[in-house]
Write a protein that binds this ligand. Structure first.
Ligand SMILES: Nc1ncnc2c1ncn2[C@@H]1O[C@H](COP(=O)(O)OP(=O)(O)O)[C@@H](O)[C@H]1O
Ligand SMILES: Nc1ccn([C@@H]2O[C@H](COP(=O)(O)O)[C@@H](O)[C@H]2O)c(=O)n1
Length: 210
């Protein structure tokens, strides 16, 4: 599908990227907009025990299979469906099953490092950075990781201080400078999200973003 566009949504963990991306997607018919999540592409760590996997730096670009993300984005642009992995944060590994994603006019790709990796960034037609205060991101992450990702408060605290915060400062936060649009506070910023939706709807009608 040569007349498709890539919309990248980056921001720190807990900034509200996933919420923004879902709010964008749900404004369109399912055949017009699809979501590709960077989180699904964490590398397999089959050779490590679960305890060893928990110590991996999951906020460094090396932890993610960006080559596969790039291939999948190119396939979607070429009009081919992809089989996207499903990631299990409790075991730090991929599930057996895959999810089929069909090509569509609007492809949203969301993740902490989407604007940090030049090869991915250069493919994007619209670059969004979700900018939320660090204390709010951390509070949301603590709640989510304990309730949904099988973590303890102590493990979230250790991981945050050892890898999440330093990698955010090294890789994610500096990528904000590449954004076309910065959304403050995150997923519930309806005015910002509706402005982006309006722009994307015009793209569907006119076939161009200008
Ligand atoms: N504006 C908001 N106010 C309060 N909680 C929010 C807000 N946006 C997101 N959350 C919650 O914070 C957590 C992380 O949000 P999510 O969109 O998954 O962020 P990210 O993808 O950037 O990690 C989720 O549990 C979500 O429900
Ligand atoms: N096995 C893993 C893999 C990743 N993480 C953390 O997930 C964060 C990114 O996901 P968001 O939905 O919050 O953007 C990232 O900061 C990793 O630390 C993990 O804890 N375990």
């Amino acid at each position: 599908m040569n007349n498709c566009i890539f919309v990248g949504v980056a921001g720190g963990s807990g900034s509200g990227k996933t919420t923004v991306a879902h709010n964008l997607i749900k404004a369109f018919k399912s055949e017009d907009a699809v979501l590709v999540e960077q989180d699904a592409y964490y590398k397999e760590l089959k050779e490590l025990s679960i305890e060893e996997r928990a110590k991996v730096n999951f906020d460094h670009p090396e932890s993610i299979e960006f080559d596969l993300i790039k291939k999948h984005l190119m396939d979607l642009k070429d009009g081919k469906a992809i089989e996207r992995p499903i990631y299990d944060f409790k075991t730090h590994s991929r599930k057996e099953k895959m999810v089929k994603i069909n090509p569509s006019r609007i492809i949203v790709i969301e993740g902490i490092l989407i604007l940090s990796i030049p090869e991915i960034r250069d493919m994007l037609d619209v670059k969004i950075f979700v900018d939320t205060d660090a204390d709010e991101m951390l509070l949301r992450r603590i709640e989510r990781d304990i309730n949904e990702r099988g973590r303890t408060f102590d493990s979230v605290k250790k991981q945050y201080l050892e890898t999440v915060k330093p990698m955010y400062l090294e890789f994610c936060e500096p990528s904000k400078r590449y954004a076309d649009v910065i959304i403050p506070r995150g997923g519930e910023n309806k005015i910002a999200i509706n402005m982006i939706i309006a722009k994307l709807k015009r793209y569907l009608q006119k076939g161009s973003l200008s």
